[in-house]
Design a binder for this molecule. Sequence first.
Ligand SMILES: N[C@@H](CCC(=O)N[C@@H](CS)C(=O)NCC(=O)O)C(=O)O
Length: 198
Amino acid sequence: MKHYFHPMSRGASTAWMFRELDVEHDEVIVDVHAGEQNAPEYRAINPMGKVPTLVDGNVIVTETAAICAYLADRFPERAMAPEPGSRERGAYYRYLFVPGTTLEPVFSLAALSFEHPVASSAGWGDTTRALATIESMVPAAGWALGDRFSAADVVFGGTVDFCVNLFGVETSPRVAGYLDRLRSRPAYLATHSGFGTA
Ligand SMILES: N[C@@H](CCC(=O)N[C@@H](CS)C(=O)NCC(=O)O)C(=O)O
């Protein structure tokens, strides 16, 4: 299993997922600052020219959330995802899908002072709605799905953390408390040494 990533990128979340799982894999650093993501060999694996990418035999998985979901299912003994077919899977999917479909677009645009002019047409609404969504999804204590830490925390928590650090999203006390809990995890600390803790 090969993990293509850069430690100072969204690939920090997939590196974190690997640490939480503690499974053997090869790491390939793609120097996105030097443009290695544009090399034809890398574009052949990931035409988006983005990190992270996971190659598992002849299976290629791109997108942070997809990689984390795949890994959680690939190593069920690590209990990083609720049982397939269980009702808990509903909340789990929500935590996996909201980050990429909603939080990433709204806050990456907001960081550049853009807002979609018609919130009802934008799949991600607007910053007010996105912040309210975060507030409602962040657990008051423990983890996204309750007592057990899961891939939902890596994807959702990792995205909130990224948006706070990189896009300057403001945190409420509830969000700050969740981020503190995430940032105290040994696997987070081992994979986020270069990130600020804004
Ligand atoms: N939607 C992708 C986004 C990945 C992404 O934006 N990666 C950035 C680094 S944080 C990248 O590879 N940028 C290089 C480029 O686009 O040239 C995911 O969640 O994995």
